[in-house]
Every structure is written in C-alpha cells, then in structure tokens.
Design a protein around this ligand. Structure first.
Ligand code: AQP
Length: 345
C-alpha cells in the first residue's frame, strides 16, 4: 500500500455513498447503510451523499436539494455517528470532480461500455438521449474512492463491478505514474446484498422505479409497509425455503429481507416457517421491517426538525474530507506534470 502524508499509523479506511436520486429503500439500507453502521467502529469512515452521481439521470432541482438533506439525515438516523465518521456531500469537495476528469482520461471507453449498470440504465432511455455522465459514472466513483486511500468499499452486490473498475484504474495510474493510490477491496454484506423489487422479484429494488408496490421506502409509514409486503409477488407453490430458482424469486426475496433484518440463520428461518403459508410469511416479514425501521424513523423526524443540525454536520464533514482529498489530488497533479499555479502551496 502506498504511504501518503496522512497515512502514518491510521485505521484502515472505508468510503461509500448513496445517490440522492429518490427516497431510500430497504435495499439501500440492507445493502449499504446497515453495514456502514457496523464498520464505522473498526474503520476510519467516509460516507458521502453523491449528488454528482445523481445528475447522471435527470433530477428535479428542488427534489435533489431536499433529497440531499434527507439522505444525510437518514445516514445519521440509521446510526452513523458524525463524531466517528465523516459525512459530507460530494459536490462540496471539488477534488472529486477534478480527479474524475483525470481518471477519465485514463479510462478506455471499452471498459465503460461494458458496465452492466450503464447498459441497464441506458437501455431504459433512448440510446442517444442517455448522458455522457451516465457512461462516466464509474470513473467518478473511482475518484470518490481513490481520493481517500480507501481500503474497503461497503456496497451492495450491484456495485461490485464498479469497485473492480476502480481497482483497474488505480493500478493503471500507479503503473504509469508511480504508486499513489491504494487498491481498495469490495465489502459485500452476507445477507441483503441484493434485495429485489417486491413487484418484480427478478429485478433489483431501485429508487427510480416508479411503480407503487416496487419498494419499501425507509420513511414509509407502518401501514404502507404492511400493504406493500402483503401485495408482493410470490408464486403458486407453498414451500418456504431459500431458493435460487428464478420462478421462486419472490419467496426467496421475502426470506432474504427477513434474514437481513433479524440476523437469524437461514436454517432457523426455514424451521420457523416450515408448514406455514405465504400469507403468514408476508405478515411476519412486514412486522420485522416495521419494527426494524421504527427507531430509524423516529430519529429521522427528530433530526430533520433540528434547525441547522444536518447542515452543520455536512459543513464539518466537507472540511474534514477536503483535508484528505486535496493532498491526494495535489500528488496526482504533480505526478501527471501539471504546472503548479503561482502562490499555491
Ligand atoms: N436492491 C438493492 N439491494 C441491495 N443493495 C442495494 N443498493 C442499491 N440497491 C440495492 C446499494 O445501495 C447503495 C446506494 O446505491 P445508489 O443510490 O448509489 O445507486 P444504485 O445502486 O443505482 O441504487 P438504486 O436504489 O437502484 O438507485 P437508482 O434507482 O437511483 O439507480 C449501493 O451500495 C448499492 O449497492
């Protein structure tokens, strides 16, 4: 691992982020947030609200601005401790955009066109209408991660390919310009790494999916959560077991949600539901989700009403993040051969 000015005797670092591109759902919670809360005790942690990523698809300006604060409040409500972890907004630290440009100039287009998320999201739009930003998304994500000499990136399964690209870009830069970047590892949770849509159990749950019964949002009231789960798509069978069969993906998804919220073993869960019907399973899942989200929801409503608190946390976070990100960017610029601006240290 390359040694950098801030690196002496530090804890290993994690970096991760979520886009303020809609309301957060239980997939974002189980795939990302829940493991962040755990890892912050063992890692120096950087958790970002990635607004620059969000605009790779069209966003309503007011919703983006309100959503950025909402996501920040949800991080804290879920248990991210701003005294322990650095919480900040991506666009508040300009080094992210600057490093992304440099890394973009090292990224072969072929690597970017191969990204599954790009292909999926571009396919939902007219091919020519999808933005260059959407293609560039993983390069920006690489910049986010590499600026902090990140050791591990806690994300859901859908982001694995982007972390692999980050590793490739870091190795490419280090090979051409000498060691600067730490090569990060991906960190995927054992349960809940890929939560599927309740109405589309063969496609991942997503914020930007419009249908009403697709996702359970973290701020959905209990009755709405129950209604959505009771209406989730299952199959015509009756056996309640974890299963890879795509035809049984709905039941598998409900069991996965149950497992991720309760941390029980698969065996214990299968025993619990042996001989029971799907209606019973759905009710049980709805209750663990309602109860699992209750403390987060209560805390969220307190935090969002505390005048100026979220903005204070974000301002301190951005200041702290810049103290790590700016020296990394400076080192990169030197290695590339950019002329130092007069008067700048
Ligand atoms: N369905 C999911 N199951 C488990 N983890 C998930 N994540 C997203 N969906 C699931 C994880 O949440 C983190 C933040 O994701 P993001 O907002 O940066 O982008 P995304 O992966 O594209 O998430 P969405 O919800 O699908 O948003 P939109 O619809 O805006 O694209 C990541 O760690 C991701 O793995």
């Amino acid at each position: 691992m390359p040694i950098t000015p801030n690196d002496q005797k530090r804890l290993p670092r994690v970096f991760s982020g979520i886009q303020p591109s809609g309301h957060l759902h239980i997939g974002n919670y189980l795939g990302a947030l829940k493991q962040w809360v755990k890892v912050q005790h063992d890692y120096e942690s950087f958790f970002c609200i990635v607004d620059l990523h969000a605009i790779t698809l069209p966003q309503d300006p007011q919703a983006l601005c309100a959503g950025t604060r909402e996501v920040a409040a949800l991080y804290l409500a879920a248990g991210i401790d701003p005294q322990k972890s650095t919480v900040f907004v991506q666009s508040h630290v300009p080094a992210h955009s600057e490093l992304a440009w440099i890394l973009g100039c090292l990224s072969p287009l072929g690597w970017l066109y191969r990204m599954t998320q790009y292909k999926d999201k571009a396919a939902k739009q007219q091919a020519e209408a999808s933005s260059a930003g959407l293609l560039f998304y993983p390069v920006l994500m690489a910049a986010d991660i590499l600026l902090y000499h990140t050791n591990a990136v806690p994300v859901g399964e859908d982001q694995r390919q982007h972390v692999e690209l980050t590793r490739d870009l870091a190795q490419r830069f280090n090979h051409i310009y000498g060691e600067v970047f730490t090569i990060p590892e991906v960190m995927i949770p054992l349960a809940g790494a890929r939560i599927m849509g309740l109405d589309t159990p063969n496609a991942k749950m997503s914020k930007s999916e419009n249908s009403e019964y697709h996702a359970v949002f973290l701020l959905d009231p209990p009755d709405k959560i129950r209604k959505k789960i009771m209406r989730s798509v299952t199959d015509s069978g009756s056996e309640i077991t974890f299963n890879d069969d795509p035809a049984r993906a709905g039941v598998n998804n409900l069991l996965t949600i149950y497992q991720a919220f309760t941390d029980e073993s698969k065996e214990a869960i299968e025993n619990r539901f042996a001989g029971k019907g799907y209606g019973h399973l759905k009710k049980a899942v709805a209750e663990v989700v309602v109860e699992g989200l209750r403390p987060l929801q209560e805390r969220y409503h307190q935090l969002i009403n505390e005048n100026g608190y979220i903005d204070d946390v974000l301002a301190q976070g951005a200041e702290r993040a810049a103290t790590i990100a700016n020296p990394t960017l400076k080192l990169v610029q030197e290695r590339i051969g950019f002329l130092k601006a007069r008067g700048k240290t």
